[in-house]
Design a protein around this ligand. Structure first.
Ligand code: ADE
Ligand code: ZN
Length: 339
């Protein structure tokens, strides 16, 4: 099974680049930039990664991100992630970055974007990984601050492929950002939003009706609303689900209780992603392996999850057709019959 997963062409559609900061790189960048952290070594960093929910994780995640200062830091971070992707059979990535986490510390927007983009371009040439870049607004901040960030991004907007919404969900409903998302859509940018991770199913409806999202990030709490389940199955509006993230942040108490395969069997366009893999104990293959070993996912279901990611991606039709063929051929090589 693990060999089958390793060879399966995979696409990652829900990944925060700041969430790929491994403890060793965090400590190296802290030393390089003269930033003090409360940890002396990798082991004590990892020991701190015990979360009781999204908020306790976000506090460490923003602290970790404080070591990212120069364009080279953002390049090194992104390059390390892409190297992992290449080793794991990930062929396409659509990644989030949080400009406000950095501009609030005085790091120029162009420094952040420049380093990430240079690594993505180099990665595409050297590793063959295609990509899209999604700028996310922090939902614990105000809509005015999101508008100010959009203003800063305006001269660079042709280098950004979409808009997202992340950070603490409870008490920060999608509707809080209805005007800034309308402006982003007017500018021709597709929008997505985290919803239904810790927040209720109603936040998923808000993201759909008020923000007009192209995908929901997480969305697993849709299971609480039968009408929403029907809507998602009928429209195939994708959910980018993150199994290891959900168990580490206690959205589900254990992997055996995760609902992603139920959603798949009800006809929803669910996909598998790693969210913040440096903090949650694994990248794409670890997420697929957890589904296989702890939830009993079959090879056929894993292939369907990967095919869903092709459908949910922002790739061209020609690239989608090529990746569909590659996934189907991997399945056929292993005697897996796909409906
Ligand atoms: N930012 C980084 N990871 C996140 C998550 N899982 N939910 C909300 N905001 C995030
Ligand atoms: Zn996320």
């Amino acid at each position: 099974m693990d060999e089958f997963i390793a060879g399966l062409p995979k696409l990652e559609l829900h990944l925060h680049i700041e969430g790929t900061l491994e403890p060793d790189l965090m400590l190296r960048l802290a030393a390089r930039n003269g930033i003090s952290l409360p940890w002396a070594d990798e082991k004590s960093v990892r020991t701190a990664y015990e979360f009781d929910g999204l908020q306790s994780f976000l506090e460490l995640y923003y602290l970790g991100a404080s070591v990212l200062v120069t364009e080279q830091d953002f390049f090194d971070l992104t390059r390390a992630y892409l190297t992992r992707c290449a080793a794991e059979g990930v062929v396409h990535v659509e990644i989030f970055f949080d400009p406000q986490t950095h501009t609030a510390r005085g790091i120029p927007f162009a420094t952040v974007l420049g380093g990430i983009e240079r690594a993505l371009q180099t990665g595409e040439k050297e590793l063959g990984i295609s990509w899209r870049l999604i700028m996310s607004f922090l939902r614990h901040l105000s809509e005015e601050e999101a508008f100010a960030t959009l203003e800063q991004a305006m001269p660079l907007l042709d280098r950004i492929h979409g808009i997202g919404l992340d950070s603490g969900e409870r008490g920060n409903p999608p509707a809080k950002f209805v005007r800034v998302f309308a402006r982003c859509r007017e500018l021709g940018l597709p929008v997505v939003a985290h919803a239904g991770e810790e927040g209720p199913a109603d936040y998923i409806w808000q993201a759909i009706r008020e923000l007009q999202v192209r995908r929901i990030d997480h969305g697993v709490r849709c299971a609480e609303d039968p009408e929403l389940l029907c809507y998602l199955a009928d429209t195939r509006l994708p959910l980018t689900v993150c199994p290891l993230s959900n168990t580490r942040l206690k959205v589900f108490d254990q992997m055996a209780h995760h609902n992603v395969l139920n959603l798949l069997e009800q006809g929803l366009c669910v996909t598998i992603n790693s969210d913040d893999p440096a903090y949650f104990g694994g990248y794409m293959n670890a997420n697929f392996q957890a589904l296989a070993h702890e939830l009993g996912a079959s090879m056929s279901q894993l292939c369907r999850l990967s095919l869903n990611a092709v459908e949910a991606s922002w790739l061209s039709l020609a690239d989608k057709a090529r990746l569909t063929r590659e996934i189907r051929s991997h399945a056929a090589c292993h005697g897996v019959v796909l409906s």
